[in-house]
Design a protein around this ligand. Structure first.
Ligand SMILES: [Zn+2]
Length: 291
């Protein structure tokens, strides 16, 4: 059922238009005291959303889609008891930042990496009006000192896009990975927005180095994860790249490699509507050959 809803990501991620199957509400899971993950119920609501609630401030990590942000804010306000103060955008895609204008209008300050803001400016589906663009951007890292914790926001270079931000809550030992992690789903590596396979692998290695066995990882898509889950996903990506490279090195062209189906062993567990096994294979070919 989950994978069915993710099929709708294809629509939102590529063209940012309304998904057909919208959620009826957002459900929450408290992964650490005061830190929640929110996701659409009975429909695709956008990427996973993080919510930090505490004495000082209310912080959202991403704000779903233009079409679902109202439901998201209903759920967030119910949990927090007051409006959102900050939104941290993990990257530029419309299923993560489509709610910016709506939340800014309620008084929130939007924070993002420099490159994410740059990519939003010329996009009429993201630069929808006053407040849609982040007002505070950073190049490498920035730390929020709030609610008795440090939220360390850092850039991951050329991974899912060229503007990825992940967040480590140091005391809570929670990492919000954005789309640098798709948990048990082939990852979307957006080569046209500055993403790269090698950067994605390096990014996941960077996240792993920050994690221990108790760390809770909030992926951009898929269920809440552990360090072991991230290790498994990373191992699959590295092996998938190696399998494709063997065929590239043999001189096979893209269609011949797809026909050989080098990722067949991962199909049942990782194929999904947006990033099919074939699309993952073609992304790896393109990243290895440049075409
Ligand atoms: Zn994305």
């Amino acid at each position: 059922m989950r994978k069915f809803f993710y099929a709708l990501l294809a629509i939102s991620c590529t063209s940012h238009v309304l998904a057909q199957q919208l959620p009826t509400a957002f459900k929450s899971q408290e992964v650490s005291p005061g830190i929640y993950v929110l996701e659409g119920e009975d429909g695709f609501g956008g990427g996973n959303v993080g919510l930090l609630v505490g004495d000082d401030y209310v912080v959202l990590i991403d704000d779903a889609m233009y079409s679902t942000v109202g439901l998201l804010i209903d759920a967030a306000t119910q949990l927090a008891g007051r409006p959102v103060d900050f939104v941290i955008n993990t990257h530029v895609h419309g299923d993560h930042v489509g709610g910016n204008e709506f939340v800014a209008d309620l008084g929130a300050i939007i924070v993002a990496h420099d490159n994410s803001r740059k990519r939003m400016i010329p996009d009429p589906q993201l630069n929808t009006g006053p407040g849609a663009l982040p007002v505070l951007t950073f190049s490498d890292k920035v730390t929020f000192h709030i609610n008795g914790d440090e939220a360390f926001v850092f850039h991951i270079k050329n991974a899912h896009t060229d503007g990825d931000a992940a967040i480590l809550f140091r005391n809570a030992n929670v990492i919000a990975a954005g789309d640098v992690m798709f948990n048990y789903l082939f990852p979307f590596i957006d080569l046209d927005s500055g993403g790269s396979v090698s950067g994605y692998i390096a990014g996941q290695q960077k996240l792993l180095a920050m994690a221990n066995d108790e760390t809770v990882i909030i992926p951009g898509h898929g269920p809440v994860a552990s360090k072991a889950d991230l290790e498994t996903n990373l191992k699959v990506l590295i092996d998938a790249k190696t399998r494709v490279k063997v065929l590239v090195d043999k001189g096979l062209n893209a269609d011949e490699i797809v026909a050989a189906n080098p990722l067949a062993l991962y199909h049942d567990d990782y194929n999904w509507g947006f990033i099919t096994t074939e699309r993952m294979t073609r992304t790896l070919i393109r990243s290895l050959t440049g075409k």
